[in-house]
Design a protein around this ligand. Structure first.
Ligand SMILES: [Zn+2]
Length: 304
């Protein structure tokens, strides 16, 4: 069996990953008798020859002859190796891959899991504030001025971090997240002052852009001020954390990967709002480096 996984572990993940669900999450399938069909994502065609068999849990294209099980599908569609495909499906099913125990690997993995969770939950909170809360009116006005549609706000899960020193600190307390952990996530900052420890929100009064990894998990943020002020950085990014290595991340790649594979080239935008504007105009093979110069690592992330 390839990779570091036991066959028992693989079977558990396979059983939890219905191939119809997994594929439907990426593009729509249409029922055709006992099977499902779609236009093949792996070659250009006008009539559907891509077929999914839920009984056998396999897919097959009668046009280009690509086929296999759910792992093979993720490998081909997301253009990843077997190990990464297994990891993605395990994450999706909530199945831990590392053996439990005092070992370092599992501890690091658990830390990452918790950091992903903190990021996901604060994203939801900030998104809800932006779309519903009176405190975010200025942010909504700014988006209207930049002609960012509500679909784009939803697709990119934009949010608003309130103008407050302790909103995130209090939120973490209510959610039962340890402050040390939220600090590790880069969402709050610790300062020692005259023998006292101060904890305060890193992002205050900013429009928030969640930065996702290729699997679509939120791993960091970029926050933009709403009023230009000479003393304040226009964009503030999350610091490096165990799940966020700036030089290895491209904003938007989780959404543009497939279009880039189709187009066979990528357009590099300067910033998040440029990328969102391209998406709204139907140009989706785009990525944006994190506000800085393009790094060699980012250039290497290409999914081709
Ligand atoms: Zn095909």
């Amino acid at each position: 069996m390839p990779g570091p996984f036991s066959s028992q572990c693989l079977e558990q993940i396979r059983a939890a990953s219905d191939i119809v669900d997994v594929i439907s999450a990426r593009f729509p399938l249409k029922r055709a008798g006992a099977n499902f069909v779609a236009l093949c994502p792996f070659h250009k065609e006008k009539t559907p020859s891509f077929s999914v068999n839920p009984q056998k849990q396999i897919f097959y294209c009668f046009g280009c002859h690509k086929g296999g099980d759910v792992f093979a599908f993720i490998q081909a569609y997301d253009n990843v190796g077997f190990t990464e495909a297994v990891r993605q499906l395990a994450d999706r099913a909530g199945i831990p891959l590392e053996p439990e125990g005092p070992g370092g690997a599992s501890r690091v993995h658990r830390l990452k899991e918790t950091l992903w969770q903190v990021h996901e939950q604060i994203s939801q909170r900030w998104h809800r504030l932006l779309t519903e809360d009176p405190c975010a009116q200025e942010a909504r006005d700014y988006l209207a001025k930049r002609a960012v549609s509500s679909e784009a706000v939803k697709l990119f899960r934009l949010g608003y971090a309130p103008e407050s020193w302790d909103d995130t600190v209090n939120w973490a307390g209510k959610k039962g997240f340890e402050l040390g952990l939220v600090e590790k996530a880069g969402l709050i900052v610790r300062k020692e002052k005259e023998g006292r420890t101060l904890l305060f929100d890193r992002f205050r009064g900013r429009l928030m852009f969640p930065i996702c990894d290729e699997a679509g998990r939120v791993i960091g943020f970029s926050g933009r001020i709403l009023r230009d002020a000479p003393q304040t950085a226009k964009y503030l990014n999350s610091p490096e954390t165990p799940i966020f290595e700036k030089r290895r991340v491209l904003f938007g790649l989780d959404k543009s990967k497939r279009p880039i594979l189709d187009a066979q080239f990528a357009i590099i935008c300067e910033g998040q709002l440029d990328l969102i504007a391209c998406f709204m105009a139907g140009i989706k093979n785009v990525v944006a480096p994190q506000g800085t110069a393009l790094t060699a690592d980012q250039a290497r992330i290409h999914p081709l």
